[in-house]
Design a protein around this ligand. Structure first.
Ligand SMILES: [Ca+2]
Ligand SMILES: [Ca+2]
Ligand SMILES: [Ca+2]
Length: 281
């Protein structure tokens, strides 16, 4: 039985699994109560390595100033601070850090806007700028029960296959950025994603103020033929006013499907596979 237990684990998960629980220590972030914000390792590039994972990231932390966060305003309360993505053989993982309160209620008259959804854009060759999938965040206006009190905690959430016509767009700044899904007429895919939202420490990053973490795990099978070798993927998130938009880009997950021998827990071939993997980048 001991041998069988090893099957199905990727090289990454053997190194330490990522749990979509709103705690980013498994991404090497905010560990031991430290204020680490920009990932350690390759800070000048777009990825870093932690615990066997290759993690792609974008960090745009508003720390102080007149509230301009580009393209809009709002300071920390509308700061889309950091977005991370990685994967193993089975799942794609996404982590977002934002100063935007997930309980912000949509009320345009009061100039308040709730959170948007995660938008996933796959392409081959030139970027087609079409979002093929969306992962739904809790939308306060849709919360008719208290199953997710205060929009904090862990839950299963819907994933949709989309075209750009299924997305609401930046209403204020003319960027054309997608914000939330218009789910009218859309049917969620049968497989759901796991999402967790948790408030993080005020002290993370260079600035201060409240921070929230969204962490997502989504089975890769959901993306079907969009996961082709050498395809590209980017993931965007913003709030419904699109005051601050963050996008992370990485290589397509299926490139990193470990061959069978890497699943057997054999150290040497696994190391070889990993070197091959990093050489590809
Ligand atoms: Ca976690
Ligand atoms: Ca900030
Ligand atoms: Ca696309």
């Amino acid at each position: 039985m001991a041998c069988v237990l090893g099957l199905g684990l990727s090289a990454e998960s053997m190194a330490g699994a990522i749990q979509a629980n709103g705690n980013l220590e498994d991404w090497g972030l905010f560990t031991n109560g430290s204020t680490t914000w920009t990932p350690s390792g390759n800070q000048s590039g777009k990825s870093y390595s932690y615990n066997g994972w290759t993690i792609y990231y974008a960090v745009e932390d508003y720390t102080s100033g007149n509230g301009y966060i580009g393209p809009g305003w709002g300071g920390q309360a509308y700061d889309a601070e950091a977005l991370y993505v990685t994967w193993d053989a089975d799942n794609l993982y996404i982590a977002l850090v934002t100063g935007h309160d997930p309980n912000t209620k949509q009320n345009e008259k009061n100039n308040t806007y709730s959170a948007g959804d995660f938008a996933l854009n796959f392409w081959s060759g030139a970027n087609d700028k079409t979002y093929e999938f969306g992962i739904r965040t809790p939308h306060l206006e849709n919360q008719k029960s208290s199953t997710i009190p205060g929009n904090i905690g862990g839950f299963q959430t819907d994933v949709y296959q989309t075209t750009n016509a299924d997305w609401l767009k930046d209403p204020l700044w003319g960027t054309g950025a997608v914000t939330s899904l218009n789910t009218t007429g859309l049917t969620p895919l049968p497989t759901k994603a796991t999402m967790s939202i948790k408030e993080g420490p005020n002290s993370i990053g260079q600035g201060t103020g409240r921070h929230w973490v969204y962490e997502v795990s989504v089975p890769k099978t959901i993306f079907k033929d969009f996961l082709k070798p050498d395809n590209e993927l980017n993931i965007s998130w913003t709030m419904n006013c699109a005051n601050d938009i963050i996008t992370v880009e990485d290589d397509i997950p299926t490139i990193d499907e470990p061959p069978v021998w890497a699943l057997l827990g054999l150290t040497l071939p696994a190391m070889f596979w990993r070197r091959r993997r990093s050489a590809k980048r």
